[in-house]
Design a protein around this ligand. Structure first.
Ligand code: PLP
Length: 381
């Protein structure tokens, strides 16, 4: 079995799960209709609302993040309705594919990968056609770029169009102020900055979105039906058996987040991602993506000319047990990605850099030992 000493899970999800969360998940499984579970679910909802920046009910499903993206769309669309999907990376393209599979009229807001969504462009598009929703990935994990949901929310606030945001890899690592920004549906999942294993999905739904989800003429849905979930959430329960142990784990993770303090959690993510980028730049791995929109939860790096990203990923894994991500799309071989979300500390970043330096040297790059580590340490001090 991999242990944290020999296996370093440094992906942009799933992420390393803290010991306290693993302990919480090892507790006996309780009835999902009993008072013990209701107490845990109620506490989770109470603790996650400030993370989402919402007063609205939060709905939980046994699901990966993609299921929640589908859940968001299937609940707000009616047959033939039009949706605008921003595609500036792999997850935006997935949003579009889901909308197409549901039979929606899908228009793409095509943005070059590595760039953020421009609110003015969203405004131009929603002025030109009638959209039920605009779907946007908050934190594009494939490119390491963040969208300005506050600016986009301001565009849609007084229009009938809903704003649906995938914050699977942003939530709890970066600011989310759902109500203030006017985000109508936020979906997320347990395995990223929420520091839990994969398998628990969540959605929070504004009043504006709820009116749409509650229509009788919407798309057919059963498991994902927010109406069932909303009724159960009053107790609080879930309509079907939830992953009870994951909910217990999430409760512990949220307690940890609040003990550290939400602003401190966000500041730590900013500081660690900045330090990792500085260290990587010093050893020839430049940050990928729009400089003023870089994510705090995932660091995407350009692979220098003459190297293949897959070789770096393999070298780190085989020699050091450090597991990072390449790219499986049009950036394959050209961009590598490291998670800076969740249970991450300065020592993790410095270790990443030491392993990267060694791996680059093994691949024939003239990188002096400590170059990246020193550049990161300068940011961390
Ligand atoms: C991880 C992630 C998802 C969800 O992927 P699953 O594998 O279905 O959990 C969705 N969107 C973004 C932006 C992600 O980073």
């Amino acid at each position: 079995m991999p242990s944290p000493a020999t296996y370093r899970l440094r992906l942009p999800g799933p992420t390393a799960v803290p010991e306290a969360v693993r302990q919480a998940m090892a507790r006996p499984v309780v009835s999902h209709r009993g008072r013990e579970f209701t107490a845990i679910l109620g506490r989770v909802e109470e603790l996650i609302k400030p993370v989402l920046g919402t007063r609205h009910p939060v709905l939980f499903f046994a699901s990966s993040g993609t299921g929640m993206m589908e859940a968001a769309l299937v609940n707000i669309l009616a047959p033939g309705e039009r949706v605008l999907v921003a595609t500036h990376g792999q997850f935006g393209e997935r949003f579009a594919a889901i909308a197409l599979a549901l039979g929606a009229q899908v228009d793409l807001l095509e943005i070059p990968w590595g760039r953020a969504v421009d609110a003015a462009e969203v405004e131009r598009r929603v002025d030109a056609a009638r959209y039920r929703a605009v779907a946007i990935v908050h934190n594009e994990s494939s490119t390491g770029v963040v969208s300005d949901l506050a600016a986009i929310g301001a565009v849609l606030r007084d229009r009938p169009t809903l704003l649906v945001a995938d914050s699977v890899s942003g939530l709890a690592g970066m600011e989310m102020r759902q109500d203030e920004w006017g985000v109508d549906v936020v979906v997320s999942a347990s395995q990223k900055a929420l520091m839990c294993p994969p398998g628990l999905g969540l959605a929070s739904v504004s009043e504006k979105a709820w009116k749409v989800a509650d229509r009788a003429n919407g798309l057919p849905r059963f498991y994902w039906d927010f109406r069932k979930a909303m009724a159960a959430a009053q107790k609080p329960e879930t309509p079907f058996t939830p992953p009870v142990s994951l909910v217990a784990g999430l409760c512990e993770a949220l307690e940890m987040i609040h003990r550290e303090g939400l602003p401190n959690v966000f500041a730590r993510h900013r500081r660690l991602s900045a330090a990792l980028r500085a260290g990587c730049a010093a050893i020839g791995l430049r940050p990928y993506g729009q400089a003023n929109a870089l994510s705090s939860t995932v660091v995407a790096l350009e692979v220098p000319e003459g190297l293949d990203g897959g070789e770096i990923v393999r070298g780190l894994d085989e020699r050091h047990g450090t597991v990072i991500a390449g790219s499986r799309n049009k950036l394959a071989g050209k961009v590598i990605r490291i998670g800076t979300m969740g249970h991450v500390a300065a020592g993790d970043i410095l270790t990443d850099l030491m392993h990267l330096e060694e791996t680059l040297r093994e691949l024939g790059r003239p990188v002096a030992a400590g170059t990246g580590v020193a550049a990161a340490a300068a940011v961390l001090q």
